[in-house]
Design a protein around this ligand. Structure first.
Ligand SMILES: *Cc1c(COP(=O)(O)O)cnc(C)c1O
Length: 355
């Protein structure tokens, strides 16, 4: 039976976290002279920008708890999911001695974060359908492998990882399994967070950066057992989510109807773009997408990338990623932006035809 206590770095078990003024006094008072704030007010305006933010983001967690059907003590909030990735590395990986297991092609931040912490990287590439290969992953794991990162829907490929394989991996992996669901809102499959009670070694990440349209506010979520969340809270910077973000996010989380409207537009546009791409001879392969982007394979990705850039359209060149030769990752834009992209692709085809 997995216990996070056997996996975290021993010195963190006994760590005494920073105790802020907000930790030591939680009630209501009329005069606050406990945090060395400027009680005259804030030069940035706003009613409470001179005050430190709630270190545990209670209002947001209550709203997320209702939205996601997860208890508040199972929710960690980070300054983007990237902060959650960073803290997980710190929590369980001894620099120079432990490893994480990645399934490329996937999100680049897992590797960068491991490198920052001098944590080793083991890799088991996804198969030709961009699915995890259970036997190879099981073979690769050693005593010192601490975290398996799964990304579903996967970036940059756009596909969902086969749920049966993911379940087998969570059950068999002797360590923490992270399922990064940054793009879950663009699919109809249930989140793995609905199964946290079955899997004590599971941590699910989501973000407000994609479907919710708040990348600039920096808010990522991790869902896991209260024990794992407790440790993340213990090692996080005390005031990791600023007041402005907490206020704006709290208001935005009530706008679920508008979220559905935006998702409908994006998904409809995704279907339109996929159909248009499939009809274009210059695109050799359109990979199925459950996200807000589509991966396509073309004849010459570098050339097409440069051509689009010249016309003011920037896409992501993923050609150097394993299994992604000549692939571009294209984000679904507004209907007008997508028209603009298709015009440019047609112009490129016409130019190619005359050569
Ligand atoms: C965009 C993205 C994130 C989001 O990171 P934030 O730090 O929350 O903006 C996380 N994981 C994947 C796979 C992504 O593509």
């Amino acid at each position: 039976m997995f216990s996070i206590d056997n996996f975290i770095r021993p010195h963190l078990k006994s760590l005494k976290p920073y105790s802020s003024a907000r930790d030591e006094f939680e009630g209501e008072a009329s005069v606050y002279l406990d945090a060395n704030e400027n009680n005259l007010g804030s030069l940035a305006g706003g009613v409470d920008y001179n005050r430190y933010p709630d270190p545990y983001q209670k209002t947001i967690k209550e709203k997320l708890s209702k939205l996601k059907g997860i208890r508040p003590e199972q929710i960690f909030i980070g300054n983007g999911s990237d902060e959650a990735i960073d803290l997980l590395m710190r929590l369980v990986c001894e620099p120079g001695r432990n490893e994480v297991l990645l399934l490329p092609p996937t999100y680049g931040m897992y590797e960068v974060s491991a490198n920052i912490h001098n944590v080793g990287i083991q890799r088991v590439p996804l198969d030709e359908h961009f699915q995890p290969v259970f036997e190879k992953i099981a073979e690769k794991q050693t005593e010192s492998t601490k975290i398996l990162f799964l990304c579903s829907p996967n970036n940059p490929t756009g596909n969902i990882l086969e749920p049966a394989t993911v379940e087998k991996l969570i059950r068999s992996f002797n360590g923490l399994v992270v399922v990064d669901e940054a793009y879950i809102d663009f699919t109809d499959i249930p989140s793995w967070s609905t199964r946290l009670d079955e899997f004590p070694n599971l941590l699910v990440m989501q973000t407000l950066s994609k479907a919710w349209g708040m990348a600039g506010l920096r808010l990522g979520m991790a869902f896991a057992s209260p024990e794992i969340i407790g440790y993340l809270n213990k090692i996080k910077p005390p005031y990791n989510i600023n007041v402005v973000t907490q206020e704006l996010v709290s208001a935005a989380l009530d706008k679920t109807a508008q979220l559905q409207d935006m998702l409908q537009v994006i998904i409809k546009e995704r279907t339109r773009l996929v159909e248009a791409f499939e009809a274009l001879p210059l695109i050799e392969k359109v990979y199925p997408s459950d996200a807000n982007f589509v991966l396509v394979q073309v004849h010459n990705a570098n050339e097409l990338y440069a051509y689009l850039l010249e016309r003011g359209v920037v896409v992501r060149n993923r050609s150097t990623q394993p299994g992604c030769a000549n692939c571009l990752r294209i984000t679904i834009g507004t209907p007008a932006e997508n028209d603009n992209l298709l015009e440019s692709l047609n112009a490129y085809s016409a130019q190619e035809a005359t050569l």
